[in-house]
Unconditional design. Structure first.
Length: 488
């Protein structure tokens, strides 16, 4: 929820309208008018304004989040400009160049800002304001001296478009004219679709009537003619606001002069019997800060408002609550993620148990146990991996059928638990080369390891040799090799 205070310093009163917005709902919370009696140039004008500002702030139900004011249109230049759509991102660079030679003063000495009127894929139409820096500096200093430092500073008639955020009837497609009859000036703001499309300030106000009534009527007609010349039809409705709206017969007189039906502006919630049209400008200023969007604000650049440490102190309780809420939200989020991960882990363990039951024949949900079972499978076959018959068959298969081989002694010793042992062979064979060929064939068998060739001797009375072999039997996967004991 945010609150913004729009203020208007008139010759005879200080007015303020406090607007509250929450969830894009806007409502007028308080309208306050503090009468002023001192003349504009009187020595006691400044102390009276300071006291009036304090009274205004004290009358509010809550301290505003920002103060919005405006600078009189008599010291501003407001004009419509049409630019290529591509210029949207470089407006601050392009506008001074476009205004150079058009303004009665140098753009180097001015504050320039804009707000959109309408856009299309090819063109961008904007309302441009230019104010001399000295006028901006003076307006800000005057308000700060009385304790009302503005966050934004609107300009003349263009600042009235904030009423489009308060009054739905101003947001239609038909032109609507806002006519502010102030003390020393008159502002015209033509709105179409909730946006200001034409703005003009005349140098006559309620204090100049009836002496200059004819001049005011003539200039109002010229302004309306200029609006129609730019392609706008007659306003579908005309609303009167400002100090002059409270004068008896002012709306009827203006209607007769312009040939239009002029009716006093009615705010959503006029309070305490106050005449709501006199709060029109203050309400427009506060409303233009509520719903966002880019509006003309000449408090920019070197005049931009800076946030103070006092503002942060005022909201320390709110900041603390927000911080606690963020921390609690993070904790609940982490807890929810943890619960989700636990559920996912349980589902994966159940799936693992099902798969291991199908593949390994034993359901296991511990991934480390499953990995161990895969890397070191258990042999549940009751028969030995390699026995003496297998060793004898391997030996027979290694002998060439054409070689005469006579076994004299054969010893095979294999343990049933480990599937390993030794083979000792004494035999007769034709030549030493045939023996080596036999050894080469045995070495190809995966279970015959470390074949040691023993001594050879000739066979008495025969052209043959006796030979001896000692072989270690150990098949792959049967366990580590047996270490021989010392002296074995």
């Amino acid at each position: 929820m945010a609150r913004f205070l729009g203020i208007e310093v008139c010759e005879h009163a200080l007015r303020g309208v406090l607007i509250r917005s929450a969830l894009r709902k806007v409502e007028v919370e308080r309208c306050v008018q503090i009468p002023l009696s001192a003349a504009l140039d009187a020595p006691d004008r400044q102390p009276e304004l300071q006291q009036a500002a304090q009274s205004l702030l004290s009358a509010l139900p809550a301290r505003p989040d920002g103060i919005i004011a405006s600078i009189t249109g008599e010291v501003c230049s407001l004009r419509r400009m049409t630019l290529p759509a591509a210029a949207r991102k470089r407006m601050d660079d392009i506008l001074p160049f476009e205004l150079d030679g058009v303004l009665p003063f140098s753009t180097d000495d001015a504050v320039i800002d804009h707000q959109p009127i309408r856009t299309s894929p090819q063109e961008l139409e904007v309302m441009v304001a230019a104010v001399l820096e000295e006028h901006v500096r003076e307006a800000i200093a005057d308000l700060e001296r009385i304790g009302l430092s503005p966050r934004q500073l609107g300009v003349g008639a263009a600042a009235l478009d904030g009423l489009g955020n308060l009054l739905p009837e101003l947001g239609g497609g038909e032109p609507v004219l806002l006519l502010e009859l102030a003390d020393r000036s008159t502002d015209l703001c033509l709105m179409v679709g909730g946006r200001c499309t034409h703005a003009r300030t005349l140098g006559y106000g309620i204090e100049d009537l009836p002496a200059r009534a004819e001049d005011l009527a003539r200039d109002l007609k010229r302004a309306l003619t200029a609006m129609r010349a730019e392609g706008f039809g007659l306003p579908s409705a005309t609303y009167l606001l400002g100090s002059g709206a409270a004068a008896e017969g002012s709306a009827a007189w203006l209607g007769d002069q312009l040939g239009l039906e002029v009716q006093p502006l009615s705010l959503p919630e006029p309070l305490e019997g106050q005449t709501s049209p006199i709060f029109g400008r203050a309400a427009a200023l506060s409303a233009r800060a509520v719903l966002g969007g880019h509006h003309i604000d000449v408090r920019k650049g070197e005049f931009a408002a800076s946030e103070t440490g006092g503002s942060l102190v005022e909201h320390v309780n709110l900041l603390t609550v927000c911080a606690v809420a963020i921390v609690m939200s993070m904790m609940f989020s982490l807890k929810a993620q943890q619960s989700t991960l636990y559920d996912e882990q349980d589902a994966l363990r159940a799936r693992l148990k099902t798969v291991t039951q199908e593949v390994l024949g034993a359901g296991m949900d511990d991934p480390y146990a499953v990995r161990k079972a895969i890397e070191n499978p258990k042999n549940e076959d009751p028969l030995p991996l390699f026995d003496a018959f297998d060793a004898l068959a391997a030996l027979s298969g290694a002998v060439d059928p054409e070689v005469v081989h006579e076994v004299r002694r054969l010893s095979i010793d294999i343990t049933e638990e480990k599937g390993e042992g030794r083979l000792e062979l004494q035999a007769k064979i034709g030549t030493l080369g045939e023996r080596d060929e036999l050894v080469a064939q045995l070495e190809k068998h995966p279970c015959f390891r470390d074949i040691e060739r023993g001594k050879t001797t000739p066979v008495r009375g025969e052209d043959r040799i006796n030979y001896q072999l000692e072989v270690e039997l150990r098949c792959p996967g049967a366990g580590p090799a047996r270490k021989e004991k010392k002296g074995e």
